[in-house]
Write a protein that binds this ligand. Structure first.
Ligand SMILES: Nc1nc2c(ncn2[C@@H]2O[C@H](COP(=O)(O)OP(=O)(O)O)[C@@H](O)[C@H]2O)c(=O)[nH]1
Ligand SMILES: Nc1ncnc2c1ncn2[C@@H]1O[C@H](COP(=O)(O)OP(=O)(O)O)[C@@H](O)[C@H]1O
Length: 204
C-alpha cells in the first residue's frame, strides 16, 4: 500500500498574508507540496488564469458542485463562494504527495472535521494594528469593509486555539521557512519515517 501524503491547511484572518505566503512557498523551485486550486464564483482579477489561480465558476456551476458533493469544504466569503475540489485532494494524497490548502477559517473548520489527521497551521499577524494596516494598504476595501473585516478578524483570531501550529507572519520569508520546517518535523513525527523502516524490515 502507498503511504499517504499529508494534508496541510494554511488559514488565518483576512489580510494576514495567506495568499502572499502561499505564493512565495510555491514560487520556490524546491517546493515540497502540491497546491490544491480552489473553485470560486468571484470574477478573475487581471492576470489570473483559470485552472491556475482558481477554477472560475458561475453560481449555478458552483451550486451543482455542492449538490454533487464534489467539494471537500466551501464557504461564502464577501458575497462569493470558495471551495476545495475533493477529487484532486484525495487522488494526490493517495499518490503519496502532500497537498497544500490556503483557505479562510470557516472552510478550515470543515476540513478539520473530515480530515482530523491533517496539519492545521494558523497564520497570525504581529498585531491587530498591523493587520489593519495590511488590509488598508492592500487597497481593495472601502473603509466600511475594513471595519467589518477587523471585527471578523478578532473572532477569527480566537479560533487559533483549534490549530496545531501558529505561525507569525512578521516577514514573508520567515513565515515560509517556519511553515516548511513544521512540515518537515511533522513528517518525522508521523508514520512516514516509521513506514519506511517497516518496509525495510519486511524486505530483510
Ligand atoms: N473556504 C475556502 N476559502 C478559500 C478557498 N480559496 C481561497 N479561499 C479564501 O478566500 C479568501 C478570499 O480570497 P481571494 O478572493 O483570492 O482574495 P484575497 O483576500 O486577496 O486572498 C481568502 O481568505 C482565501 O484564503 C477555498 O477553496 N475555500
Ligand atoms: N509579512 C508581511 N509584511 C508586510 N505586509 C505583508 C506581509 N504579508 C502580506 N503582506 C501584505 O498584506 C496584504 C494582505 O495580504 P494577502 O496575502 O492578500 O492576505 P490574505 O490572503 O490573508 O487575505 C497585502 O497587501 C500583502 O502584500
Amino acid at each position: 500500500m502507498q503511504e499517504k501524503g499529508l494534508l496541510i491547511v494554511l488559514s488565518g484572518p483576512s489580510g494576514v498574508g495567506k495568499g502572499t505566503v502561499r505564493k512565495e512557498i510555491f514560487s520556490q523551485p524546491d517546493t515540497m507540496f502540491e497546491y490544491s486550486v480552489s473553485a470560486t464564483t468571484r470574477l478573475p482579477r487581471e492576470g489570473e488564469v483559470n485552472g491556475v489561480d482558481y477554477f472560475f465558476k458561475t453560481r449555478e456551476e458552483f451550486e451543482k458542485m455542492i449538490q454533487e458533493d464534489r467539494l471537500l469544504e466551501f464557504a461564502e466569503y464577501v458575497g462569493n463562494y470558495y471551495g476545495t475540489p475533493v477529487d484532486y485532494v484525495r487522488e494526490t494524497l493517495d499518490a503519496g504527495k502532500d497537498v497544500f490548502l490556503e483557505i479562510e477559517v470557516q472552510g478550515a473548520s470543515q476540513v478539520r472535521k473530515k480530515f482530523p489527521e491533517g496539519l492545521f497551521i494558523f497564520l497570525a499577524p504581529p498585531s491587530l494594528s498591523e493587520l489593519e494596516n495590511r488590509i488598508v494598504t492592500r487597497g481593495t476595501e472601502t473603509e466600511e469593509i475594513v471595519k467589518s473585516r477587523m471585527k471578523a478578524a478578532r473572532e477569527e483570531i480566537e479560533m487559533m486555539k483549534l490549530y496545531d501550529y501558529v505561525v507569525e507572519n512578521d516577514q514573508v520569508e520567515l513565515a515560509c521557512e517556519r511553515i516548511n520546517s513544521i512540515v518537515v518535523a511533522e513528517h518525522c513525527r508521523r508514520e512516514r519515517v516509521q513506514y519506511r523502516y517497516k518496509k525495510m524490515l519486511e524486505v530483510d
